[in-house]
Design a protein around this ligand. Structure first.
Ligand code: NCD
Length: 309
């Protein structure tokens, strides 16, 4: 049985197969409409989420399956003191696959050890968010036609942003990636990631000004300041509006630069940028559904005839 805890659980070749499947789903939705008939996805969300949970639910419904679950810890037995290990043993009797989000780093990993069904990490604290990374990679691959040989700027909360951490881990496996980390001093990328980049000899720079680096980027990954992971309100208030990507800044960007954002957006991208063709963050949401469909099929070992044509 296979789980997804980190984007590195799949080899580059396996990811490639997954993305090809996702693109096939995009083009031939009808073929997959009954692939999961009679199967159930459990969404166990111990932390708020709109997009990720709905994206999983939509993915399973698109495949003909059904969905059960809870969307906050307060409405589950966790409020009675039940452990994640016990909850997943129980959920394994109700469903065929589980997507779990938890505020504690590593909780989905514990669940996977006790589970009778595949577990997908849908975000664990500030640690990893592999399905967002699959979404990001599929978006880049589909719209740029390649994964690799680009300069990517990651901007905003690089300290607490799990989407950023997961994406960096995944991207270092491709050729010719250069990172530009754009953040205030207090929200710099964690040392363990810097050490990893140094060890692998992958070029990176850390800067504070977004304006300065704009012209050199092929991709710009914007993130929100992660309010819920701050220890005090004062620091959050001081840093929350540090960046604002607006039309004026976009004028300095390349014609074919893409702006990604895992969403939710707060003030870091002005709404005036939404109509710019380079702003692909809403398309990214759609790719998220396709890639989750592909992932559910892969982890359940279901193949749909015709998808290799
Ligand atoms: C991200 C997350 O939950 O980490 N959202 C998402 O899943 N699309 C990003 C965020 O909350 O800022």
């Amino acid at each position: 049985m296979r789980h997804l805890m980190s984007p590195l659980d799949f080899s580059v070749e396996e990811l490639d197969t997954l993305f090809r499947l996702a693109n096939d789903i995009e083009q031939h939705r009808g073929r997959y409409a009954h692939a999961c008939d009679g199967l159930k996805l459990a969404t166990c969300f111990y932390e708020p989420s709109t997009r990720t949970r709905l994206s999983f639910e939509s993915a399973m419904l698109n495949l003909g399956g059904s969905v059960i679950g809870f969307s906050d810890a307060g409405s589950s037995s966790a409020s009675k003191g039940e452990s994640v290990a016990d909850t997943i043993r129980v959920v394994s009797c109700f469903a065929d696959i589980c997507a779990m989000r938890h505020p504690k780093e590593g909780a989905p990993m514990v669940a996977a050890q006790f589970s009778g069904i595949p577990v997908i990490n849908a975000g664990d604290g500030g640690h990893q968010h592999p399905t967002q990374t699959l979404t990001d990679l599929l978006t880049i691959r589909s719209l740029k036609g390649r994964l690799g040989n680009f300069t990517i700027g990651l901007c905003g909360d690089l300290k607490f942003g799990r989407t950023v951490h997961s994406l960096i881990n995944a991207l270092v496996r491709y050729e010719g990636i250069r990172f530009v980390f754009i953040s205030p001093e207090e929200l710099r990328i964690p040392d363990y990631l810097i050490d990893m980049l140094k060890e692998k000899n992958i070029p990176y720079r850390e800067v504070i000004s977004l304006d300065d680096v704009m012209p050199e980027l092929d991709l710009l990954y914007m993130t929100r300041v992660q309010k819920e992971r701050f220890f005090n309100e004062e620091d959050y208030v001081r840093l929350k509006d540090f960046y604002n990507l607006d039309k004026a800044k976009m004028e300095r960007a390349r014609e074919d630069m893409l702006i990604l954002h895992p969403l939710p957006r707060v003030n870091e991208i002005s709404v005036e940028v939404d109509s710019d063709p380079r702003a692909v963050y809403f398309k990214q949401v759609q790719y998220g559904v396709y890639v989750r469909m592909a992932l559910i099929l892969t982890l359940l070992g279901i193949s749909v005839r015709g998808n290799d044509e």
